[in-house]
Design a binder for this molecule. Structure first.
Ligand code: IMP
Length: 187
């Protein structure tokens, strides 16, 4: 049996959001965003690597014309807690002044990454910034940061799958699951 289909194998404690639930919500978000942008053409700013799965499904759930670009920020490395340090590893390929940005994030945890990113993007004078995050953790001490559209509010647990990693693994799971590091088996 494939490890993807075995919820208790290799670090997957439990499935939090199924593939079907993800796809249903992303379809809804796509329709909401079509309405939000109307005849404006958004430039999607995908935050690598975590937002890749979400962004590619989200843009295909929309029917208005969109353009895409990517940025990469430093992640937590192999730890499951925020270092508070955010670094731009890859910048956008184009100027964004006058553009309507659609920032696509995988997850808002402490909010530090998003806050830093938004400050940096605002300084480049886009016409507008809209933020969509697939997941937002229920974290009382998170910083106050702009998020306009949210896929799911989730408990404050470390999650993997659908773009989200632990030590660069699990991004290809089609669902979002809670990590149980004690059950990880090295191959
Ligand atoms: P924040 O700066 O604490 O909001 O976290 C931002 C980034 O940390 C996200 O874009 C993710 O890449 C990563 N991250 C935060 N929480 C998790 C998690 O539960 N699983 C996997 N990655 C996470």
């Amino acid at each position: 049996m494939s490890w993807q289909r075995e919820p208790r194998a290799n670090g997957v404690a439990k499935i939090l959001i199924t593939e079907q639930e993800l796809q249903r919500r992303i379809y809804e978000l796509g329709k909401e965003l079509d309405g939000h942008f109307g005849d404006r053409v958004p430039l999607f700013v995908g935050v690598l690597n975590g937002a890749v799965a979400f962004m590619t499904d989200l843009m295909r759930a929309m029917t208005i014309p969109v353009e895409i670009d990517f940025m990469a920020t430093s992640s937590y490395g192999n730890s499951t807690t925020s270092s508070g340090v955010v670094r731009i590893i890859k910048d956008l390929n184009q100027p964004i002044d006058g553009r309507h940005l659609m920032v696509v994030e995988d997850i808002v945890d402490s909010g530090l990454t998003l806050r830093y990113l938004l400050e940096m993007l605002e300084a480049r004078n886009p016409a507008s910034i809209t933020v969509v995050a697939l997941l937002r953790k229920n974290k009382p001490d998170a910083v106050d940061v702009q998020v306009d559209f949210i896929g799911f509010d989730i408990p404050d647990e470390f999650v993997i799958g659908y773009g989200l990693d632990f030590a660069e693994r699990y991004r290809n799971l089609p669902y979002v699951a809670v990590l149980d590091p004690s059950t990880i088996v090295d191959e």
